[in-house]
Design a protein around this ligand. Structure first.
Ligand SMILES: Nc1nc2c(ncn2[C@@H]2O[C@H](COP(=O)(O)OP(=O)(O)OP(=O)(O)O)[C@@H](O)[C@H]2O)c(=O)[nH]1
Ligand SMILES: [Mg+2]
Length: 216
């Protein structure tokens, strides 16, 4: 069998399972956080989820190639987390989310999926989520939206993290936003810093609004 046919079969099996998951997520907002490694996904979640955890039922599925470091960090904040180790794989698949909800249950207002750090493969795999939230940090170069447009095309919100480092790096934040909007004009943009706290309350409010919209 050709490589392309195998790839199509994998994607179509994943997409069937994602459809089934989406049917199960009737009352649960599901957000899929994607980025390259180290942009600050877990740091953002550690800070934002504590703002929401007393008001909403939430849990996190953590995807990493190895270790349970990120799930441990989330659990330390008092939020339940399930770690998936993907081994050789660079992205989470719908079957991983299925395993996660078997453990965490579905009595949730918000389920966050922190995907494996990768801006390419993660764009292709539907996890049954309501929205993909892209995180890019100021150390990664402002041209990422035009170099990895597939991800920016399928994203709903775009978080630019580590704004505290702007004085020290050559990162043109306005240019970056222009590039991102050039790929997807209605992308929501939030600037954050886990160091200064910039934008984290705004992000919590943004997620809260999405929870309310989901619940109708
Ligand atoms: N200066 C600064 N450092 C940050 C910020 N956010 C995260 N970091 C640091 O960046 C590094 C990576 O942060 P993580 O939260 O582990 O990033 P991640 O995207 O979850 O990483 P992976 O799960 O490995 O892809 C850590 O050393 C954090 O302390 C920020 O806003 N400013
Ligand atoms: Mg992480």
């Amino acid at each position: 069998m050709g490589k392309l046919i195998i790839k199509e079969k994998i994607l179509s099996k994943n997409s069937d399972m994602a459809k089934q998951l989406r049917n199960k997520f009737k009352n649960t907002l599901v957000l899929n956080f994607v980025s390259s490694p180290g942009s600050g996904k877990t740091s953002i979640l550690e800070r934002v989820l504590v703002m929401l955890k007393d008001k909403y039922k939430l849990a996190v599925i953590e995807g990493d190639q190895q270790t349970s470091n990120d799930a441990d960090r989330i659990e330390a904040t008092g939020v339940r987390a399930f770690q998936v180790n993907t081994g050789g794989s660079c992205h989470l698949e719908a079957s991983d989310v299925e395993r996660g909800i078997a453990e965490l249950g579905l009595d949730l207002d918000l389920l966050i999926i922190e995907n494996v750090g990768n801006l390419v493969c993660t764009a292709a795999f539907d996890l049954g989520e309501d929205a993909k939230i892209i995180v890019l940090s100021t150390t990664e170069g402002e041209d990422k939206p035009i170099k990895y447009p597939t991800m920016f095309r399928v994203g709903t919100a775009f978080i630019i993290n580590k704004t505290d480092l702007l004085p020290y790096v050559d990162f043109d934040i306005e240019k970056c936003i222009e590039y991102a909007k050039g790929v997807k004009p209605d992308l929501d943009v939030i600037k954050t810093s886990c160091k200064t706290g910039e934008g984290l309350q705004e992000l919590a409010r943004y997620i809260e609004k999405m929870i309310q919209i989901k619940k109708g």
